[in-house]
Design a protein. Structure first.
Length: 405
C-alpha cells in the first residue's frame, strides 16, 4: 500500500499554498511534480561533475558519461528492454516525430497508417505529414464508454497498412488500450506497431518483452523526472533501420567531405550535446518509482480513480467522459452550462489545480461534441482528501452557475 502522506514529504512543492489554500495538485497527466531526490541529483551533477559526455578523457567527463549511460540502463530495465534499445529525446512528441520523419522517407503512395480518434495531437499531427505523400491516415473509432472499437481497428488494418500507432492510455478518457492485441493485429498484417506510452509508462508496469510492440514513446516529466527528456524505445533491428532525424556531432562513425556513416544505436539518434543533467535526473526518478513499485503505483491510482468516479457520478449536471472498464487515472468531466475554463478558475481559487481545454485532442473533442473538458488526474502523492476537496469545489461551481438542479 502506498503511503501518500509519507511520499509527499519528498515533494517540496506540495507544501505550497495557492490562493491561501493547501495546493491540491490534480494535473498530473500534464506534468508531475518532482521529488527532492530528482532535484538533488541534477544539482549534484552541476555542482560536482558537470562535463560533456562520450568524449573527454578526464575524470569529470568519465563520471558524467557513466551517470548518463547509467540512466539509460535504468530506463531499459524499467520497461524490460536492452540499453541499446533506449534513445533519449526531448519528449514523447520528438520520439514520435523521429518515426514519422522516417516514415516520410520510406512510405509510398497507397500505403496506410492507422491511429485512433482518442490520440493526443502528438500521435496524429506527425502522421498527417504523410498525407502529402499520398499515404492514407485511417482513424479507428471508440465505443460509447470510451473504449477503443477494436473491431473497427481490425477492419482498418490491411495489407496496405504499414504503421499502427496507438496510445497505451488516453490522456482524456483514461482508457487503457489492449496494446498487446493491437500489436498482434499490426504484425499479422505485416505492419509495425507504435505505442504512445506517455500516459502508461508513468502509471503501470510496462514490459516490452510481453507487449511485443516495435516502438514505445514516453516522457520523463510525466513520471517525476525533469522536463526536456523523452524516450524512444525501439526493438534493436527496428532502430537499426530507422534513419536518424537530427545529424551532427556524436551521432557519426566516420565523416568525409561528402558523406558520413552513422554511429551504432542508440547514439545515432542523439546528435549533439544532449540534456545530460536531466537524463541523470530522470535516472533518479526511475529509481524513485522502482522503490515504490509500479504495481503499487497502479493500485493506488486505481483506488483514487474509483473513488473519484464514485463521488462525481451522482452529482447532477456532471458528466464523466470515459468509463471504460480498463482505465488509468485521468478523469475528464463537464458540468452542464459551465465552460471548463470557468471550472478550473473556480477550483484554482480553492487551491486545486486541474486541467481544462481541448487536452491536445481536438479530433476527440469533436467526436464527443464538446468544445473542451475539465480533467483531474492523479499520481503517487495524491490522497482521497484531495478528491473530497475537488467534489466540494465542483459543488461550489454549480452553486455559482446555478446549474444541475
Ligand atoms: N501522448 C499522450 C497520450 C499525452 O498525454 C501527451 C501529453 C503526449 C503524448 C505528449 O507528451 P509531451 O511530453 O511530448 O508533451 N499530454 C498532456 C496532457 O494531457 N496535458 O498536457 C500534456
Amino acid at each position: 500500500m502506498i503511503n501518500a502522506m509519507k511520499i509527499r514529504e519528498d515533494f517540496p512543492i506540495l507544501r505550497r499554498k495557492v490562493n491561501k489554500r493547501q495546493l491540491a495538485y490534480l494535473d498530473n497527466a500534464a506534468t508531475t511534480q518532482k521529488p527532492k531526490q530528482v532535484i538533488d541529483k541534477i544539482t549534484d551533477y552541476y555542482m560536482n561533475y558537470n562535463a560533456n559526455i562520450h568524449r573527454g578523457i578526464h575524470k569529470l567527463s568519465e563520471e558524467a558519461t557513466e551517470a548518463y549511460e547509467g540512466s539509460r540502463g535504468k530506463t531499459a530495465k524499467f520497461v524490460n528492454a536492452q540499453s541499446r534499445e533506449i534513445v533519449f529525446t526531448k519528449n514523447t512528441t520528438e520520439s514520435l516525430n523521429i518515426l514519422a520523419y522516417w516514415a516520410f522517407r520510406t512510405l509510398k503512395k497507397g500505403d496506410e497508417v492507422v491511429v485512433s480518434i482518442m490520440e493526443h495531437h502528438s500521435n496524429i499531427v506527425p502522421w498527417q505529414m504523410l498525407i502529402e505523400k499520398g499515404v492514407k491516415l485511417n482513424i479507428a473509432g471508440i465505443r460509447k464508454d470510451g473504449s477503443l472499437d477494436i473491431k473497427n481497428l481490425q477492419s482498418l488494418v490491411t495489407k496496405k497498412t504499414k504503421i499502427v500507432s496507438i496510445a497505451h492510455s488516453s490522456n482524456v478518457l483514461g482508457t487503457i488500450n489492449p496494446v498487446k492485441e493491437i500489436g498482434r493485429i499490426a504484425h499479422d498484417a505485416g505492419a509495425i506497431c507504435v505505442i504512445d506510452g506517455a500516459q502508461s509508462v508513468p502509471h503501470m508496469p510496462v514490459d516490452m518483452k510481453t507487449l511485443d510492440c516495435d516502438f514505445l514513446a514516453f516522457s520523463s516529466h510525466k513520471m517525476l523526472g525533469p522536463t526536456g527528456i523523452g524516450v524512444l524505445y525501439g526493438k534493436e533491428d527496428m532502430l537499426k533501420s530507422v534513419t536518424p532525424f537530427l545529424r551532427g556531432g556524436d551521432m557519426i562513425k566516420e565523416v568525409f567531405q561528402q558523406t558520413a556513416s552513422w554511429n551504432d544505436i542508440p547514439w545515432k539518434f542523439e546528435a549533439g550535446t544532449p540534456n545530460i543533467a536531466d537524463v541523470i535526473g530522470f535516472g533518479a526518478a526511475v529509481d524513485y518509482l522502482n522503490k515504490i513499485g509500479m504495481k503499487e503505483v497502479r493500485k493506488h491510482e486505481e483506488e483514487l480513480t474509483k473513488y473519484a468516479i464514485k463521488k462525481m457520478s451522482p452529482i447532477s449536471g456532471v458528466t464523466i467522459h470515459g468509463l471504460a472498464a480498463e482505465r488509468g487515472g485521468a478523469v475528464s468531466f463537464s458540468i452542464d452550462g459551465v465552460h471548463p475554463h470557468d471550472i478550473a478558475t473556480i477550483l484554482d481559487g480553492e487551491g486545486i489545480a486541474i486541467r481544462s481545454g481541448h487536452m491536445c485532442a481536438q479530433p476527440l473533442m469533436a467526436h464527443l461534441n464538446v468544445p473542451a473538458l475539465a480533467r483531474a488526474s492523479f499520481y503517487v502523492y495524491n490522497m482521497k482528501e484531495e478528491i473530497d476537496r475537488l467534489i466540494v469545489g465542483i459543488e461550489k461551481v454549480k452553486k455559482i452557475f446555478k446549474t444541475g438542479r
